[in-house]
Design a protein around this ligand. Sequence first.
Ligand code: ADP
Ligand code: MG
Length: 350
Amino acid sequence: MKAKAAVDPSSSSSSRVIVITSGKGGVGKTTTTANLGTCLARLGQRVALIDADVGLRNLDLLLGLENRVLYTAMDVLNGGCKLEQALIRDKRWPTKLSVLCISKNRQRYHLSRVQMVMLVDALRQGYDFVLIDCPAGIDVGFFNAVGPAQEAIIVTTPDITSIRDADRVVGLLEADGLTEAKLLVNRVRPEMVSQEDMMSVADVQGALGLPLLGAIPEDPQVIISTNRGEPLVLRGQLTPSGIAFQECAQQLVQGGGTELLVRRHLHWGALASQWLGSRASSARNWVVEALTGCLEWLGVLHTPSSSYPGQRGVLRGADSSASEEGGADWDEDSLCLGSDAASQEDTRQG
Ligand code: ADP
Ligand code: MG
C-alpha cells in the first residue's frame, strides 16, 4: 500500500482532514459525520463534509439536501463542472457548511486514491475541517477515503463484531501512516451496561486502546431526525445524544478528552456548591452523585471487566497488501475554489 506520500502537508492551511470510519456498516458513521459537521459549523468552523460512500450515498439524506445534488466529485473529475459547483451549501450555514458527494447513487466506482487526495487538497484551502464519511468495509473504497486524512474517528458500537472490525481498521490506518485516531462509542445503553449485558465504554476503550472522543447513547430521536433530514443536534431541546455530539465537536475544536471534560464539570459542581454554603450540601451531594454516575456511565471510573476477551493488538493485524489505484485524467482548473465559481445552490438559482 502506498501510504500518505501523496499528501503534501505544506500544500495548504491548518485545516484538519478527519475520516469517520469503522469497518462495520450501520454503526453510525454517517450519523456522526452529519451531527459533528453541523455542530462544528455552529461553533463557527468552516466545514466540508465528503460522502465517500460511493454508490450508497446517504449523507445528503441525513442533512435534508438530497434534492440539491446536481453535480458530484465525478463530474468535477470529468470536467463537467468546477469543484465549487459540486459543493452543496447548507442553507442553515451557507458560509460554514458544505457537502460534496463523490458520485450519484448506483454510479460505478471510478475514483482513485490520488484523485481523492487532490480533491481534498483543493478543499483544504477554504475549510477549517474536512470530514470524510467512509464507506463500510476495507476494500478499495476504504483505502481511497482514508487517503487524504491525517486524523480518524473510529466509530463502534459496544459489541464484539463491531469492535473487532474497528480493531482491524485501526491496524490498517496505522500501516497507512495514520496514527491520530480517536474513539467514538455509539448506541450505548446504560441500563444494559449496568446489568452487564453490554460492554461499558471503558471495556470498548480498553479493547481498542484509543483515546476517547465521546460516547453517544442509544436514542430513538436519531432515527426520527434521520427520517426528517434534520440533524439531531438542531433540535430545540437537545437529547442526551445531541449533547454528546455537541461535546465531541467542542473537544475536536478545543482539544482535551471526555475524561477531562467530565472532571471539569465535577470541579465546577464542587465550586458551585461551596458558594451556595451549607444549605447546599444536599445539592452538592446530588451534583457529585450525578457526575460520578456520569463518569461511571462513560466508563472513566469503571474498571474494565474481563467480559471482553479481545486485547489491543491481539485482534489487530495490519494488512499492507492493498493495492494503489493509479491517477486518471485531471483538470486542475476545475479544482479551484475561486470566489467567482458558483456552488450547486447558486447554479440552481441561476
Ligand atoms: P453507518 O454510516 O455506519 O452505516 P448510520 O449512521 O447510517 O451508520 O446509522 C445506521 C442506523 O443506525 C441508522 O438508522 C441510524 O438512524 C441509526 N443510529 C445511529 N446512531 C444511533 C443512536 N445513537 N441511537 C439510535 N439509532 C442510531
Ligand atoms: Mg453511512
